[in-house]
Design a protein around this ligand. Structure first.
Ligand SMILES: Cc1ncc(CN)c(N)n1
Length: 229
């Protein structure tokens, strides 16, 4: 009876939401990481913020080919046009994101050409690279893509919620990922993932859940790097 209730609940809320509930402690460790909390309560060290900014620029450059590889998988494996359009929208906004990083780096006197990727960043980019392989299933790659975006969305939305004391000079950064539009985009991605997961085999489901956890761990390591942990 209890198992039935569990299956019914999964159908109602979708697999991704069920996973987020199941893995809430580790998910919160990413979205409410001490680095994020320090932005939100206004105690962030500016050198930590600058480290994050510089490293994230390098990450986003590697993220572009990864998202392109998800798009290729969608074109080949999805019979649903929604998938291609949502992913294409993500790629289009990355162009603006890269220009924003360059402007922001300028503002903080960061020479982007001199930034060296740190270990956590290299490890994360290595994971992205491995996900680009045609051997990796579309459902697993799409789950990773959604997870990467939603951790940023929730983290930065937390910094602009009522009562936050985010320093004014960091508000624009938080709004970039914490805004309503980015939230809607993450919801669209989540819907695509749930649709794929509904038709997935047990093996694919397991791989996608493991991938979600792996992304969350890499995001935690990425924030740790910004704090110099
Ligand atoms: C590490 C990381 N994760 C996610 C995002 C959001 N695209 C990002 N820019 N950087």
């Amino acid at each position: 009876m209890q198992a039935m209730a569990h299956v019914d609940e999964m159908k109602k809320i979708g697999m991704t939401e069920a996973w987020l509930r199941k893995h809430r402690p580790v998910y919160n460790a990413a979205t409410k990481h001490p680095f994020i909390r320090s932005i939100r309560d206004g105690t962030v060290q500016i050198h930590s913020f600058k480290t994050w900014l510089a490293q994230d620029y390098l990450f986003v450059r590697e993220f572009v080919p990864f998202v392109a590889s998800v798009l290729i998988k969608a074109c080949k494996q999805s019979h649903d046009n929604d998938d291609v359009e949502v992913i294409l929208g993500g790629i289009a906004s990355l162009k603006d994101e890269i220009s924003w990083f360059k402007r922001e780096a300028n503002k903080w006197d960061i020479q982007l050409s001199e930034v060296i990727p740190q270990t956590a960043n290299k490890n994360y980019c290595r994971l992205l690279e491995s996900l680009m392989s045609p051997e990796v299933d579309y459902t697993v790659a799409l789950t990773a893509f959604w997870a990467i975006e939603v951790v940023y969305q929730e983290s930065f939305a937390h910094c602009i919620e009522e009562g936050s004391k985010t320093p004014p000079e960091l508000k624009e950064t938080c709004e970039r990922w914490g805004n309503e539009g980015f939230g809607q985009y993450c919801k669209s991605l989540q819907k695509l993932v749930d649709q794929r997961l509904q038709k997935a085999s047990d093996d694919e489901l397991k791989k996608a859940e493991v991938m979600l956890l792996s992304i969350i761990e890499h995001e935690i390591e990425f924030w740790n790097m910004s704090r110099g942990n």
